[in-house]
Design a protein around this ligand. Structure first.
Ligand code: PNS
Length: 160
């Protein structure tokens, strides 16, 4: 049986912490879907299509192997996408107790809704302080975000 997992998130923009989780999850599953999901509770920086494109470039540039699909999802439940592609697992990066508190109810609801399990992965400590919201703030104030994001994202933010 194929082991298929989804790594969902806003990816606004993808960070080195995300890429670490994606790379390690790609090694654990036969097929990995990196899914850009619209999060209505956040003010977006980048359009969804741009986030998908930056994820594709970053995954390619990092030489992440295996079957990795980048897609987006804006209508309906996340577990509907997972069920459609035959995925039984969601992979989430967990940096702190704050992330545990945020993710736990969603993990329980997603399992109740569709029997989809959530696997929490600890990011490399080098990236534990990195978040997309921090990157958005530093970038909007003219700071250098290149230590926190893949090269493709740093170049894109410098140009815009
Ligand atoms: O990167 P983020 O913003 O922390 O990602 C959060 C996200 C998009 C994964 C989360 O908001 C989510 O799972 N949204 C899907 C909506 C859904 O299915 N909700 C019902 C069950 S929790």
């Amino acid at each position: 049986m194929q082991r298929i997992a989804v790594v969902p998130g806003s990816f606004d923009p993808v960070t080195l912490g995300h890429l670490d989780v994606i790379s390690r999850a790609a090694g654990l599953y036969d097929e990995l879907h990196v899914l850009v999901v619209h999060n209505p509770s956040k003010v977006a920086l980048l359009p969804i299509a741009e986030r998908v494109s930056l994820l594709e470039q970053s995954i390619r540039d990092a030489g992440i192997g295996g079957k990795v699909v980048v897609a987006s999802w804006s209508v309906g439940l996340l577990v509907d996408y997972a069920t459609d592609v035959g995925a039984s697992v969601l992979v989430k990066g967990i940096r702190s107790q704050v992330d545990v508190a945020y993710e736990t109810p969603m993990a329980i609801v997603n399992r109740h809704l569709a029997g989809v399990e959530t696997v929490f992965m600890l990011p490399d400590p080098a990236h534990a302080h990195v978040s997309s919201s921090l990157v958005r703030q530093v970038s909007s104030l003219g700071g250098d975000v290149s230590p926190y994001v893949p090269g493709a994202v740093a170049r894109f933010l410098q140009r815009s």
